[in-house]
Write a new protein. Sequence first.
Length: 434
Amino acid sequence: MTKSFAIVGSGPSGMYAADALLKKFPSCRICVFDKIPMPFGLIRYGVAPDHFKTKNTSRQFLRTLELEQVHYLGNVEVGRDISTDELKENFDAVVYAIGAYNDRQLGIKGENLRGVYGACAFVGWYNAHPDFCDLNPMLDGETVAVIGIGNVALDVCRVLTKTRTEMEGSDISTPALDRIQSMPIREVHMFGRRGPIEAGFTPKELGEVRDLERCAAIVDSKQLPQKIEGNFDTREKGIKEKNLKILNELAEQSKPQKSIKMNFQFYASPTEILGKERVEGIRLERTKVIDGKARSTGEVFDVPCCSVITAIGYQADPPEGLKLNGAILENTNGCINDNVYVVGWAKRGSSGTIPTNGPDSRAVIELLSETLENDNNKIKGGYDSISKLLEARNVRTVSINDMKKIQAAEIDNARKNHPWEKFTKIESMLEVLN
Ligand SMILES: Cc1cc2nc3c(=O)[nH]c(=O)nc-3n(C[C@H](O)[C@H](O)[C@H](O)COP(=O)(O)OP(=O)(O)OC[C@H]3O[C@@H](n4cnc5c(N)ncnc54)[C@H](O)[C@@H]3O)c2cc1C
C-alpha cells in the first residue's frame, strides 16, 4: 500500500529524510511543509552570504522537491495553519525537521538591554529572513562584541568587517549591507569562555580571516598551547592541529596598517552586559580551562562596545503538541512517539554542517521503516486531505513552481555583482504569485 509521509521543515535534515524515505518506500508520497514560502532552511537563511557556493547544496534538494511523488507546501506553519494532531491523523508518519530557531540565553545581567542580539536573529537579519528583517541592529559605535568561538561567530565577524567589494557575489540583503557598511567599525572582539583547543572553528573558515582586505586578526600567542592534548579521535585532532597552526600564523602576523581589528579573546567569560538603556560595554572574567571546563579566576575586565552578538547555540521552537528537552525536541534516537520522528538540529542540537544531517536523517528513517512495517496499514488522507484543509482555512500554500517564480523575481531584482536580492517580507514573495 502507498504510504504517505509528512516532513515538517525543508532544511537539509528534512530533505535528507525525504531522500531516505524515497529509497525505503519507492512508491510513497511525501508532503514537505515549511513555514517560509522559500525552502531549504539555514542554507538560505543561515549560511553566510559570502559563502554563496555553499548555498548551491540546495540544488540537489530542489531535484527532490521537483519529483512527482513529492509535494512542497511552503508558507504553512505547523502549529499555526495546521496542528500536529491533524498531521498525525493524515499521514502514516510525521518527521519533524524544524531546526532550532531560538537563540540560547547567556543568563547574565544586562542581557535584555537594547543592542544585544542572538546570532539566529542577527544572521537572519543580514540573510533577509522574514522573521528578523526588522531587527534594525544598533551598529552605531566602533566596537562590537561577539560571544562564541565557532564558525557562526566567525561568520558574523567576517560579514561585519568585509568591505563592500569583498561582499560582491554574496546574497547579503541590501539594507543589511548598507547598514553594516555605514558603521564606523574599528574593532570586533570574539570572546570564548574556553581556549583554542575547545574552539569550534573549522580550518577553512578560520583560514579566511588571514586575507581580509581591511581587517587584521589579532591573536595573543600566550593564549596558544604548544600542542594538542586531550582525548580526541584522529579526525578531531587533525582539525585542532590545523586550527592551531593558523592561529599561530595569525599571532605572528602583525598588520597594524589595516583599519579594523578582529580580536580573538580566549579564556574570557561574559558576566554582565553593561549599560543603562542600551549596551555600553561588556564585563568579562578571565578563565582557565581544567579538564576541558572553564573555571573562574576572579580577574574581571570591561570592554566598551555598542552591541553584543551571542553565538552560543540555538534551541528548537516546537509547535504545540511537541515537548522540549533542553534545546532539542524530546526524543529517543529520533523517535518522539508512535510514527512521529525528529531529525536534524531539532533532534540533536545546533551543531554539525549540512552533510552531517545526511547520515543522521538516514538512521532515523531506518528506525521509522522498522516501526511502520508493524503498522496496521490504515489508509491516510495525505496530500489530498491536507490541501483541502488548508484551502478551507485560506492558507496560500506555495508550491515548487510558485517557489521558482519567486526565485526568478529575486534574480531579476539583483543588484550588480550579486546573484539575487531576497525578499524580506512574506507578503512581497506572495505578491509575485498574484
Ligand atoms: C549561521 C549559520 C551558518 C552555517 N553555515 C554553514 C556552512 O557554511 N556550511 C555548512 O555545511 N553548514 C552550515 N551551517 C549548518 C547547517 O545550516 C545546519 O547543519 C542545517 O541547516 C541544519 O538543518 P535542519 O534541517 O536541522 O534545520 P534548518 O536548516 O534550520 O531547517 C529547518 C526548517 O524548518 C522550518 N520550520 C521551522 N518550524 C516550522 C514549523 N512550525 N512549521 C513549518 N516549518 C517549520 C524552517 O523554516 C526551516 O526551513 C550553518 C548554520 C548556521 C546557524
